[in-house]
Design a binder for this molecule. Structure first.
Ligand SMILES: [Zn+2]
Length: 307
């Protein structure tokens, strides 16, 4: 067995450096590299396992001089950034998989998937304006998300109000499609389908439980609820809706709502028969606080197209 160093037959550490005299001239010991900034010699770190040294594959260490250390810091920063990006991608991929498992592809049926911002036919100034806002919303979506190093975004949601056939759903689905194509996780569903998916967990054949689905609705980067207020509310539906919206409100996560009702009428629609309406009011208050509202009052597109 080889003895390492004068002090002991066993080294105190497994980490060695190529300039140590015992490795000089041995096969595989890396040559020193001259620092381009100060001319000093840069040596390579290795790990001693048994009597073999495994030299660091990235080569000589950074120099101790100022420029060399600055370079080392840059490399560390880049590594941190790369790891962050990888973590983000991994988290997004996992979330996409959860969305697929839980909603069958973001809940967007054929009806939604064909509707893109590019295929929205503008017939009125109002539609032109809303399309412009929607396009901006989609393009700058990342800026609307909460982040560690910035203040919580305010009014990063979108309420699109107006009668049937004005293109509300098309605009909302257009934003969702734009983001989905960029790889941003989105759930886009009519209100009743949102509840239907929760109820389907009650058979729990796929191992998904109610809490899984609610957590997903609460944390997906964008939740689109189409046709809010269309169905008659029940005590269960309005309290479920409140819990979803309140979670997103607390986390400052964006939301898009389309509805045929203005906020006053919407409160009525979300109030179950015989209920005092407090929860419905809380839902609508939260929505108003979170969102920019736009109205499409224009002539019905569907009627116009049917002529
Ligand atoms: Zn140097």
């Amino acid at each position: 067995m080889r003895a390492y160093g004068p002090e002991s037959p066993e080294r105190a550490t497994l980490i060695v450096h190529s300039e140590e005299p015992e490795f000089a001239g041995l096969e595989g010991t890396p040559e020193p590299v001259i620092c381009e900034h100060c001319g000093a010699q840069r040596h390579t770190m290795g790990m001693l396992l048994g009597d073999k040294v495994f030299w660091h594959p990235y080569g000589a260490e950074y120099c101790d001089c100022e420029a060399g250390q600055a370079e080392a810091q840059r490399a560390r920063d880049e590594e941190v950034e790369r790891e962050k990006a990888e973590r983000r991608e991994r988290a997004e991929r996992l979330l996409q998989e959860r969305i697929r498992r839980i909603t069958n592809d973001s809940g967007m049926g054929e009806r939604f998937l064909r509707r893109t911002l590019d295929t929205f036919e503008v017939e009125t100034d109002e539609q032109k304006y809303v399309l412009k806002l929607a396009t901006r919303f989609a393009r700058h979506f990342d800026g609307l998300l909460p982040g560690r190093d910035k203040p919580l975004p305010k009014q990063n949601g979108f309420i699109i109000t107006g009668p049937k056939g004005t293109g509300k759903t098309h605009i909302a689905a257009g934003i969702a499609n734009y983001l989905l194509r960029q790889g941003t996780p989105v759930i886009c569903m009519p209100e009743h389908a949102l509840y239907g998916r929760i109820k389907s967990t009650y058979d729990a054949r796929d191992g998904t439980d109610e809490a899984d689905v609610l957590r997903l609705y609460a944390t997906v980067p964008l939740l689109v609820i189409d046709d809010l207020g269309k169905e008659r509310a029940t005590a269960w539906s309005v309290s479920t809706l409140f819990s979803i919206i309140d979670s997103r409100y607390e986390a400052a996560l964006p939301l898009i709502i389309t509805t045929n009702y203005d906020t006053g009428a919407l409160t009525g629609r979300l109030t179950p028969p015989g209920d005092d309406g407090v929860t419905a009011e809380a839902v609508v208050d939260r929505l108003r606080e979170m969102s920019v509202s736009v109205t499409l009052t224009g002539e019905s597109r569907r009627i116009a197209n049917d002529r």
